[in-house]
Design a protein around this ligand. Structure first.
Ligand code: DGL
Length: 270
């Protein structure tokens, strides 16, 4: 990697605003870092896109963040991490540090030493089989039941959380035989931390529920520390939140994911 400086920002991107759950966790744990967030709202949802399309979006967004001097790029989207992470490394590993959301979750799950886990995420994430193969590699004896749950992300974005509708949708997905007798469940979508409590409540027996916000921050800190790139004083500039297509509804929904409403700036990169 080319020389970077600790004061440079951390770039974080997602297909939309779901990755704000990760941005919020990073901002809270590392308040001395400046964040530049990019939500590709023009192409949302990534979960229904082909791997080739997602790879193309990832490259363009990474370029946008690198042009703004990011020392690290966090791919805060499981669909993008599954389809696009390798290609990002191939093109840009010399220019910044990269973090995805898949590897930290896989590591956390294998550390728990469970015999049977479930994974839920978008179609792009589950059909890529990235989780299934990384988990098999990390802990070959572990059984993995993976289920695409495409209704969850739009449901959460519309604020259907902890209500009658979300209960029925969750009940339908979590009752799927693929998830029977699991001891742990990986929430392989950055929208899902918002329904973690509802998911936990659904299970009648104790199940370890793992989401990316819990584990990504540690990897971000670790990687920056290793390169002496952790910022040690408050950022001179405020965090920036960019989207590729602005609507008031997106801006309003940022409150759900970031805990506070943030100002979105449109940058038409397409
Ligand atoms: N937040 C995205 C993820 O983690 C899902 C939303 C989408 O389909 O774009 O996969």
């Amino acid at each position: 990697m080319n020389p970077a400086a600790a004061h440079q920002p951390i770039g974080i991107f997602d297909s939309g605003i779901g990755g704000l759950t990760v941005a919020h966790a990073v901002a809270k744990a590392l308040p001395q870092e400046q964040l530049i967030y990019f939500g590709d709202t023009a192409h949302l949802p990534y979960g229904d896109k082909s791997a080739d399309a997602i790879r193309f979006y990832c490259l363009k967004i990474a370029k946008f963040l690198l042009d703004r001097g990011c020392k690290m790029i966090v791919v805060a989207c499981n669909s993008a991490s599954s389809a696009g992470y390798e290609v990002l490394l191939e093109f840009f590993r010399e220019q910044a540090l990269f973090v995805n959301v898949v590897d930290p979750l896989v590591e956390a799950a294998s550390r728990l030493g469970l015999d049977r886990v479930g994974v839920i995420g978008t179609k792009a994430t589950i059909h890529s089989r990235v989780y299934q193969s990384r988990l098999a590699h990390a802990r070959p004896e572990m059984e993995v039941g993976a289920l695409a749950t495409p209704l969850l992300a739009p449901m959460i974005e519309e604020g259907f959380v902890h209500n009658r509708i979300s209960k029925v949708v969750l009940d339908t997905y979590l009752s799927d035989p693929v998830l029977r007798n699991i001891e742990g469940l990986l929430l392989a979508c950055t929208h899902y931390p918002l329904i973690k409590a509802d998911i936990r409540q659904w299970f009648r027996h104790p199940v370890h529920i793992l989401d990316s916000t819990d584990v990504v921050v540690d990897i971000v800190r670790q990687k920056l520390e290793q390169r002496a790139l952790l910022s040690d004083h408050s950022p001179s500039e405020a965090h920036r939140f960019y989207v590729s297509d602005y609507t008031e509804a997106f801006e309003k929904a940022t409150k759900l994911f970031y805990g506070a409403r943030v100002h979105l700036e449109e940058v038409p990169i397409w």
